[in-house]
Design a protein around this ligand. Structure first.
Ligand SMILES: C[S@@+](CC[C@H](N)C(=O)[O-])C[C@H]1O[C@@H](n2cnc3c(N)ncnc32)[C@H](O)[C@@H]1O
Length: 339
């Protein structure tokens, strides 16, 4: 191929990124107004939607047309709007896969901090760190239920993989940085012999308790309030889950946490880690590289890590056979065994 055959160089991609903030804000406006919920009962015109949502005709027309362009809505020849399979599964607030909490979290909590990115890159320090209890527990208290749907399918996959039905006796699960309790909840649902001990900051544990009660699992859970590196976990657990915590803890505390978790597991116990994994050469995947910037913006020393880095730390802590388990979600889970 000669140079003259090459696609002409244009600024198109850069200009698309310049507008990159718009689609999530439009999705949020549609969720808040609540366009997707109303369309769940069937196709509607703008006028019908206006009646049901109370929003303006001009506003609805502008956002709904672009939602058609983005394939979150379809429009028929009679100008009636309807859901697509994707928006029906993930943007209707009554559906178990609803991702609107994450969209709201971005605009309410993340974007205001990301607006300081230039300053944060200059100093290498966040404006406010969420890895500390004083600022972090209020942030997580509001947020942990919003990310429940993100991890629930992967947590169910973990339960399936661990297959507790194959063994007898009580299965003791230590759910570290439990948040909503999503990992412990899916494991408890998979087998009635599972008992979960959930650990999180004191301000967040009431949220964990509520979610666990909503799932009818209150008698299968115990709770430990405290910082992960200070709380007394107990011993002889069968499984320990660390769902989306290493990235905010940073390398030093993560290594200490893995060593502490090793001590809390019984022999033959399994550690399961969920993270946004970067490739070892840090050339991708983009979601993990972007999340590393989110950790720069929000924490003192957080980052995203590769399977190779985490498996080295697991080996140093005494674990064997670090391996991945593919699950629904952007990255596979990492499992390792205490021999
Ligand atoms: C991103 S959320 C993940 C929650 C849940 N494991 C999941 O995967 O959805 C992180 C959780 O860790 C808790 N957390 C963060 N740092 C902590 C610390 N140093 N000690 C105790 N809990 C902490 C937060 O309160 C929050 O519930």
């Amino acid at each position: 191929m000669t140079n003259s055959d090459a696609a002409p160089l244009t600024p198109e991609r850069i200009l698309q990124f310049a507008w990159g903030y718009a689609p999530p804000l439009i999705l949020e406006a549609a969720i808040r107004h609540p366009v997707f919920d109303v369309l769940d009962s069937g196709p509607k015109t703008i006028q019908e939607l206006q009646k049901e949502t109370g929003a303006s005709e001009r506003g609805l027309t502008a956002i709904m047309n672009v939602l058609v362009g983005l394939n979150f809505l379809a429009k028929d020849d009679r100008s009636r709007f309807s859901l697509t399979p994707e928006s029906a599964a993930f943007l209707v607030s009554t559906k178990p896969g609803f991702q609107g909490g994450m969209i709201r979290h971005c605009s309410e909590h993340l974007v205001p901090k990301w607006l300081h990115l230039n300053e944060i890159v200059a100093t290498g320090k966040p404006v406010e760190a969420v890895n500390e209890e004083t600022t972090g527990s209020g942030f997580f208290e509001k947020f942990v239920n919003d990310i429940f749907p993100m991890s629930y399918p992967a947590a169910q996959k973990l339960a399936q993989h661990l297959n507790f039905n194959a063994s007898g006796g009580t299965i003791r699960v230590l759910d570290l940085a439990a948040g909503s309790g999503v990992w412990g909840i899916a494991l408890a649902q998979s087998n009635e012999r599972v008992h979960v001990t959930a650990v999180d900051w004191p301000q967040v544990i009431p949220v964990t308790r509520n979610t666990v009660a909503r799932f009818g699992l209150a008698d299968r859970f115990s709770f430990i309030e405290g910082d992960l590196l200070e709380a007394e976990f107990g011993k002889d657990y069968t499984v320990a889950t660390l769902g989306h915590i290493l990235h905010s803890e940073g390398e030093e505390r993560s290594r200490a946490l893995l060593a502490k978790t090793f001590g809390a597991l019984g022999s033959g116990g399994t550690i399961a880690i969920a993270e946004f994994l970067a490739n070892a050469d840090r050339r991708g995947p983009v979601n993990a590289l972007l999340f590393a910037v989110n950790m720069l913006v929000n924490t003192e020393s957080g980052n995203t890590y590769s399977f190779e880095e985490i498996s080295t730390w697991l080996g140093e802590a005494g674990f064997q056979d670090a391996r991945t388990v593919e699950g629904p979600g952007p990255s596979p889970l990492i499992l390792a065994t205490k021999a």
